[in-house]
Design a protein around this ligand. Structure first.
Ligand code: AMP
Length: 424
């Protein structure tokens, strides 16, 4: 299928062509005709599938057909959980709509509201918003949702994860009953299905690449390493790679800061992004990363959600996520819109259980790199002898065995049990 087969406005096709897109992605092929027909759509698709364009293009098309002269009233509302996603969706609307009369505006929290209020006064056809700021402005009577005929709930699963369900319900109460609804979520757990049922009317379900098959396109590997050696191994790995930029994931904000600091200390250009950083700070880091002024962007999962970084060759999981789907989301950043990439994971002893869960959902074993300078040196507690001898005696005679040339970091003197080396 070609873009021209989607019957979109020629100005949208022109903009899409300029973006260098040659063919629609599967979600675009399926969703665009349905949206143009005015149907409610339940889209099961994750970031990276081209889902933003799948709703942005037909919404722009529909709005362009209307009489867009005079004062603008908000006709389409896109609700999305994070500021980064909101900005990215706005960028997409502006890109595909650059030759149209349709106006787009984005509002989100964490920044002063006055410029957004001023922009709202000038009028817009499409409003992209995060729930908190949207409700703030509605409560101050600075925003009227009474003319919305198109409503998109983007990343519904994240919206629930991030605790926005009440806000979403409040927004829904403010919308006119007669409207077209599009609902996108990467997963369809029962509570998400429940929310979809409450919003959509006779929807058509559109589903693309289940999470597990996304992982098949990506070249993955894992290094088993002790926690204490992760930094050193990380350095040795990245020194041997000539990728200009790498997205690195940690589980915690503290971990992201610590790793970024370590990299900087070792002469690397790195910055961390996470929820405790200001919006301006995050945007600066993201821009520096996109411009390739820094090589490493160390991110927590929440902060990384929705950041759109093109041509990501490589992601590194400095820490393994405890939710297996998160792993797929992380590595999916390398294999966007048909491109394939590489994902390296560093796994310590405690994270092995997480890796097992991941391998279950991706239906494959992640290949292990054995040959590296910091192999795992974990010691396994062996059951105490049945009749324990006096402590003094045990300390004297039962010392941990040491393999040639290796330290025994966790074997402490005087411990009541002893340790045996175990290969990862
Ligand atoms: P999304 O799933 O909306 O986050 O889109 C993922 C990435 O794919 C974005 O960087 C888009 O610019 C890009 N993209 C969207 N549609 C296409 C397409 N038809 N061909 C190539 N790239 C696309």
């Amino acid at each position: 299928m070609q873009f021209k087969d989607l019957n979109l406005h020629p100005s949208i096709l022109k903009a899409v062509e300029e973006e260098g897109y040659t063919t629609p992605t599967p979600i675009q092929e399926q969703a665009v005709p349905l949206v143009l027909m005015g149907r409610d759509v339940l889209g099961c698709a994750q970031t990276g599938t081209g889902k933003t364009a799948a709703f942005a293009m037909p919404i722009l098309h529909q709005l362009e057909q209307r009489n867009l002269s005079g004062p603008r009233k908000i006709s389409a509302l896109i609700l999305t959980p994070t500021r980064e996603l909101a900005i990215q969706i706005d960028d997409s609307f502006k890109t595909y709509g650059k030759y149209l009369k349709v106006r787009t505006l984005v509002i989100f929290g964490g920044v002063g509201q006055q410029p957004q209020v001023d922009a709202l006064r000038r009028g817009t056809d499409v409003l992209i918003a995060t729930p908190g700021r949207l409700l703030d402005l509605v409560n101050q009577r600075l925003l009227d949702l009474g003319h919305i005929s198109l409503f998109v709930l983007d990343e519904a699963d994240r919206m629930l994860d991030m605790g926005f369900i009440h806000d979403v319900r409040k927004v829904l109460q403010l919308l006119p009953n007669k409207r077209q609804n599009l609902f996108f979520s990467a997963t369809m757990a029962p509570d998400i299905q429940h929310l979809a049922d409450a919003i959509l009317i006779r929807p058509v379900k559109v589903e693309v690449t289940p999470v597990s098959s996304t992982a098949e396109m990506i070249d993955q590997c894992v290094y088993f390493v002790d926690k204490a050696n992760k930094n050193a191994l990380f350095l040795s790995i990245v020194e041997g790679i000539n990728a200009p930029s790498m997205l690195v994931f940690t589980r915690t904000k503290y971990g992201a800061d610590r790793l970024a600091r370590f990299l900087v200390k070792n002469g690397m250009k790195a910055e961390a992004i996470h929820g405790d950083k200001s919006q301006n700070n995050r945007q600066r880091s993201l821009k520096a990363f996109k411009d390739k002024t820094i090589r490493f962007l160390v991110a927590t999962d929440i902060a990384a959600r929705g950041i759109d970084i093109e041509e990501m060759e490589m992601v590194i999981n400095y820490e393994i996520p405890n939710i297996p789907e998160t792993y797929v989301h992380r590595i999916g950043r390398t294999g966007r819109a048909g491109r394939s990439g590489k994902a390296i994971s560093l796994c310590d002893f405690e994270e092995k259980a997480y890796l097992k869960d991941i391998e279950k959902i991706i239906h494959q074993k992640v290949p292990v790199i054995d040959n590296h300078p910091y192999p795992m040196e974990i010691f396994e507690v062996i059951k105490k002898e049945k009749t324990p001898r006096p402590t003094s005696d045990r300390n004297k005679s039962i010392a941990p065995k040491q393999r040639e040339g290796t330290a025994l970091p966790s074997a402490k003197k005087g411990k009541s049990s002893w340790f045996r080396k175990r290969k990862a």
